[in-house]
Design a protein around this ligand. Structure first.
Ligand SMILES: [Zn+2]
Length: 266
């Protein structure tokens, strides 16, 4: 069944299937490129963090080549504005969007590997990286929250990649993580499958609310997703947080495909 599912998806899915099979047969294969992962001393610090934080090894396997391409951009290229609807005006035009990596190379391969290859350990690594970058840029907040996954996608995937990223990021920053502040008010299509800004805006418009269990009035909140392209999803989530009384919101993703600097908003 799994074979058929992959074959139906075409050549890229076949290669994903081969990688998955390789990983099953050789669990030490790199979780990003599928090649045999050599032991790399650079992971020792990360292993220490995982043992301290999770009380177990990271479960991460990555070759030195992929690890090297997870190099964050310079600090001044990590900050952008988060997009909302550029046509009707934005109530929060200065909403900051933080993305330390460009969505290319290993980062671009890692995101689908996490989601479709079901590799939360890889998301954990990216979360640690995001937290380390935020810390090095002296970012602080009262709370970190992930973008929630719809119930149907959670059932299909078994984990929420944004949670797996946000939790270690919070640990690195030493601030509380709250997984259930944001809630999905309805299911949405995958943003990457939609063409054009208007359909992407419509897809996520009003898709988030906040849980009544939380009082976030006056708090500064970091909302985390795996990747940001336009930033519409994060912007909608931020709107829900502002609605619930958050004083400040920072949108953050591990990687993004907007290479423009801060001054070039769109
Ligand atoms: Zn690799």
């Amino acid at each position: 069944m799994t074979v058929l599912k992959h074959l139906r998806g075409g050549v890229s899915s076949v290669s994903a299937f081969l990688k998955e099979t390789l990983n099953f047969m050789f669990p030490d294969c790199c979780m990003v490129c599928g090649k045999l992962a050599d032991a790399d001393d650079r992971f020792s610090q990360y292993e220490e963090f995982c043992r301290a934080y999770y009380g177990r090894p990271s479960g991460l396997h990555m070759c030195g080549k992929c690890l090297s391409s997870f190099a964050p951009n310079d600090s001044d290229r990590r900050w952008m504005f988060c997009l909302s609807d550029p046509y009707d005006g934005d109530p929060h035009p200065d909403l900051p969007l933080y993305m330390p990596l460009s969505y290319e190379g290993a980062a671009k391969s890692a995101v689908p590997a996490v989601k479709f290859g079901k590799k939360p350990a890889l998301a954990g690594f990216m979360g640690c990286l995001l937290g380390t970058c935020l810390k090095s840029d002296s970012v602080h907040a009262d709370l970190i929250v992930p973008i929630p996954l719809s119930a149907s996608r959670m059932k299909e995937r078994g984990f929420n990649q944004a949670e797996e990223i946000a939790r270690p990021a919070a640990a690195v920053l030493g601030i509380p993580y709250a997984g259930n502040v944001l809630i999905r008010t309805r299911d949405t299509d995958r943003q990457t499958e939609l063409k054009g800004n208007l359909s992407r805006i419509a897809n996520v418009s009003g898709a988030f609310g906040t849980s009544e269990e939380w009082d976030i009035r006056g708090l500064s909140v970091i909302v985390v997703d795996d990747v940001a392209t336009t930033g519409f999803t994060l912007h909608e989530a931020a709107e829900a947080l502002f609605e619930a009384g958050a004083a400040k919101v920072l949108c953050a993703a591990v990687a993004g495909n907007r290479l423009a600097k801060n001054a070039e908003v769109y």
